[in-house]
Design a protein around this ligand. Structure first.
Ligand SMILES: Cc1ncc(COP(=O)(O)O)c(C=O)c1O
Length: 392
């Protein structure tokens, strides 16, 4: 028994919670069990909550900036947990990862230029490229024998053919749950270097890997790959503080950093949010034990989902995740088109998941389920799914 009780069901309704409070606005109904957006239904440890309460009690929330304590906490975390150093000047604090992706697109490409992604992938990648008038080039991950692989030849060919300028890497990969190996990342890095392609490495899920796997940061692949690298890491997924909007961008190359910062200035952003900054500082300094227990709990949830599906709904195939708390499910044995699948999930099972179609055309018969909730909630969702499939 750990120190923290993640079985506790905490009511998040009526807190302007995106996951629970916007069913009517987004789905036209409020009777769905929501396991879609990527945050966790777990409460932070008291040490962090108390630290925030003390800051709130001060009562003044004027302009704030990242001080040495903050930077040291960030540097300490990524050194200890992921094995790399962040020099003082490499760090830029911004409000979000997708915000940073948009800045990188504007800083390192021109309108009409190509940006490469690997679908199925976190859908704002594609949306942000399009919204900024750039061209989406997709090197589809190859799905075979129940798992995903990179087609390196296709990746390189598309980079050359489409004159790609920027690669948006998702590592670990949302939604397929891959924790990319060092050799795979190095091959990608080598191809990008050969063709002068900038890399934005979104490592927002880096702190969630299951036992037996290890996250390799793009930062650790070798100095020769740092020149055109923009690394994004954040405490928001790790410590469940997405609503406090704080992201760390790490850029080693001074010119690249300047170009990124210029876009940040153009967007009119300067100092971070006071509570976000403080929460991140507290979490990086005091949250390690809590996170390790969360990871253990998620491992238990994953084991639960795997056994449930195997025993009760073997037609739904789990793509075994190596990392992230997002689980990718293959429904192709249950439905043969995405409209029927959506009907089954929403009208039948009364669930709100992320449908595979939004991650790319080829994954219309998949669903993404967020397992970062008390086990009872996950069980409830699976029972609803079981009942819906049985009466399908
Ligand atoms: C890969 C990935 N990047 C970025 C984000 C969102 O980050 P932010 O809220 O900081 O824009 C998510 C959230 O699910 C994600 O999965």
């Amino acid at each position: 028994m750990g120190k923290y009780n993640f079985d506790e069901i905490i009511d998040r309704r009526n807190t302007s919670c995106l996951k629970y409070d916007f069913g009517i606005a987004r789905k036209g109904r409020d009777d769905l069990l929501p396991l879609w957006v990527a945050d966790m239904d777990f409460r932070l440890p008291e040490s962090i909550i108390e630290g925030l309460q003390q800051r709130v009690a001060h009562g003044i929330f004027g302009y704030t900036d990242s001080n040495e304590d903050y930077k040291n906490a960030v540097r300490g975390w990524y050194k200890k947990r992921h094995g790399y150093d962040i020099s003082d000047e490499w760090l830029t604090v911004v409000p979000g990862m997708v915000y940073s992706i948009a800045l990188a697109i504007k800083a390192f490409t021109e309108p009409g230029d190509s940006v490469i992604i690997q679908q199925p992938v976190y859908y704002p990648f594609m949306e942000t490229i399009k919204e900024n008038g750039r061209k989406v080039v997709n090197s589809q991950l190859v799905y075979a024998d129940g798992h995903y692989e990179i087609d390196f030849e296709d990746f390189e060919k598309k980079i050359v053919d489409e004159k790609v300028k920027l690669f948006l890497l998702c590592s670990p990969h949302n939604p397929v749950g891959k924790v990319w190996k060092k050799e795979e990342l190095t091959r990608l890095a080598e191809i990008c270097k050969r063709h002068d392609v900038y890399v934005f490495a979104d490592e927002i899920h880096c702190d969630f890997v299951y036992s037996g796997y290890k996250h390799t940061s793009f930062m650790t692949l070798g100095e020769e790959y740092l020149d055109k690298l923009v690394l994004g890491v954040a405490p928001t997924k790790t410590f469940n503080i997405a609503g406090l909007q704080i992201t760390n961008i790490v850029i080693a190359n001074a010119e690249v950093r300047l170009a990124f910062k210029r876009e940040n200035n153009k967007a009119g952003y300067s100092q971070p949010n006071v509570l976000g900054l403080h929460a991140a500082y507290l979490a990086y300094s005091k949250g390690e034990e809590w996170l390790d227990e969360v990871r253990e709990y998620l491992q238990g949830n994953l084991d639960f989902v795997r056994s449930f599906l195997k025993e009760k709904i073997p037609k739904v195939h789990l793509i075994e995740p190596q990392g992230t708390y997002l689980v990718w499910l293959d429904f192709s044995e249950v439905c043969d088109n995405h409209k029927d699948l959506e009907k089954l999930i929403v009208d039948g099972a009364k669930l709100w998941l992320d449908p595979g179609i939004i991650f790319g055309r080829e994954t219309a018969l998949f669903e993404r389920i967020n397992i970062a909730s008390p086990r009872k909630i996950i069980e409830q969702a699976l029972v609803q799914l079981y009942d819906a499939i049985n009466s399908h």
